[in-house]
Design a protein around this ligand. Structure first.
Ligand code: ZN
Length: 241
């Protein structure tokens, strides 16, 4: 017979410990409605699935015992998936939208005096963001050809996060803002090869123009010197005679 178990609320002590860490993190990140947590023995540090009845995110049940900073960072990561999903990004991918929102939430933690004290050896919360969080290419781009989309995505996400810090939006409103801005970014990304080609063409024609200019100048200098030499010779011959 296959025994089937359902998850139960965590013991009060564990739940209290987890809440004491995650509630200040969620508040500092500006998460108005923080999703519940399920502690589960999982090989991933955490994950977030569609269709959970109470919006819960799953975190590995031993992670909080090893590093509370990493535990909070994984919670922020999974909540980023949840909030973006609720704002319309339903594919749970690690794309530029995800990278931008997570960067913004980590930046808010860095700006919070309480969460600053929770950092490991002065490392910033934004240092938890890595290329793992930007591993999915936009439609029409190859993930293996990251140079064509990953660099521009990082730049865009950093600009968006900086803009959001000025606006001081809640995490949920920030997700909506990012989802509105994302199509504009994709449009500019797709226009980029044409722009690059025109810049290269301009540089090439400027280089050609410069080399032509140098050639003309050398010719002018040569004939100028020849003229001067001729004049000096004539004057010298005249004086001598
Ligand atoms: Zn993820």
């Amino acid at each position: 017979m296959i025994a089937v178990h359902q998850t139960a609320p965590a013991p009060a002590l564990t739940a209290g410990w987890v809440r004491a860490l995650l509630e200040p993190a969620a508040a500092a990140a500006g998460i108005s409605n923080p999703p519940p947590v399920e502690l589960r023995p999982t090989r991933w540090a955490g994950y977030c699935c569609a269709g959970e009845v109470d919006r819960r995110v799953v975190l590995r049940n031993t992670l909080h015992l090893k590093s509370k900073t990493q535990f909070a960072a994984v919670y922020i990561h999974e909540v980023t998936h949840r909030i973006l999903g609720e704002a319309g990004a339903t594919d749970f991918s690690h794309d530029a939208r995800f990278f931008a929102l997570q960067l913004y939430l980590f930046a808010r933690l860095d700006a919070s005096s309480f969460m600053k004290s929770e950092r490991i050896e002065g490392a910033l919360w934004v240092h938890f963001a890595s290329l793992y969080d930007l591993q999915n290419a936009p439609a029409g781009y190859e993930e293996s050809q990251a140079s064509s989309w990953q660099g521009p995505s990082i730049g865009w996400a950093q600009d968006i996060a900086a803009e959001l810090l000025k606006l001081n939006l809640s995490a949920e409103d920030a997700a909506k803002f990012i989802c509105t801005e994302y199509p504009k970014f994709l449009h500019s990304l797709r226009a980029m090869p044409a722009e690059l080609a025109s810049v290269k063409e301009r540089l090439r024609s400027e280089k050609l123009a410069n080399s032509e200019w140098r050639k003309v100048n050398l010719q002018t200098m040569f004939f100028g010197l020849l003229g001067w030499a001729g004049l000096v010779f004539c004057v010298g011959v005249r004086l001598w005679n």
